[in-house]
Design a binder for this molecule. Structure first.
Ligand code: GRF
Length: 217
């Protein structure tokens, strides 16, 4: 399976994917492209160090959003990956891309969807809102991407307990370490090994109860 990973920032989730491909916990998978909207993203350095092709297209290069969308669509259709992985990608994926790659785009979101998600819930802000609300549990979700924001079929989730002494930063870090860096490689491996399908708007994973769930904890 050839995957394109779309990033905007530090790329710790990308690193977890690179490591998983290398040590074969993600089977049958090659990263064919790392794309960033942000030329300064450290994720690009991680990709280059791993010998992976990179591409940068910034919306700032274009006067009209439609022209940026068209350029991103062109890059992705030309690369023609089997799966697109959004790993901390802050770009709103153009509808045309969602249509062309239906059920072939996944995203990692740092909360338990449908809580603390949707428009405006990204980055540290997600964890700030969890703490403001006094929630006792948060976590991460890997889901397929549809036309909405964080509304597509859920593939994997893992809870992480909130601590009284958490700051947005400590909670973000713990959710990454305990949930995101495990869930995203795991979801890619499940897709690469043909274990995930979408039925009636829900993701169905073969062997979930017996093989996958015990491995999450
Ligand atoms: C992660 O928290 C991810 O869930 C969110 O953005 C962050 C990206 O971190 N969508 P990194 O670039 O993978 O380190």
């Amino acid at each position: 399976m050839r995957i394109a990973v779309l990033v905007s920032g530090g790329g710790t989730n990308l690193q977890a994917i690179i490591d998983g491909v290398k040590d074969n916990t993600i089977k049958n998978t090659e990263i064919c492209l790392v794309y960033s909207n942000n030329p300064k993203a450290y994720a690009l350095t991680r990709a280059q160090e791993a010998g992976i092709d990179t591409a940068v297209i910034s919306p700032k290069e274009f006067e009209k959003r439609d022209d940026f969308n068209e350029a991103l669509f062109g890059l992705l259709t030309e690369t023609a990956p089997d799966l697109i992985v959004l790993a901390g990608c802050l770009v709103v994926i153009p509808q045309k891309v969602v249509e062309a790659f239906r059920n072939r785009i996944i995203n990692i979101h740092p909360s338990l969807i449908p809580s603390f998600c949707g428009t405006g819930y990204y980055g540290l802000g997600v964890h700030e809102k969890v703490l403001e609300r006094g929630a006792r549990v948060s976590g991460a979700t890997v889901h397929f991407v549809d036309e909405g924001t964080d509304t597509g079929p859920i593939i994997l989730q893992k809870p992480v307990m909130v601590r009284d002494d958490d700051t947005p930063e400590t909670l973000q870090k713990r959710i990454m370490k305990e949930a995101e860096w495990k869930l995203l490689p795991m979801a890619i491996n499940l897709i690469a090994t043909g274990k995930v399908k979408v039925e009636d708007g829900k993701a169905v994973i073969s062997g979930y109860d017996d093989e996958i769930l015990p491995g999450l904890f």
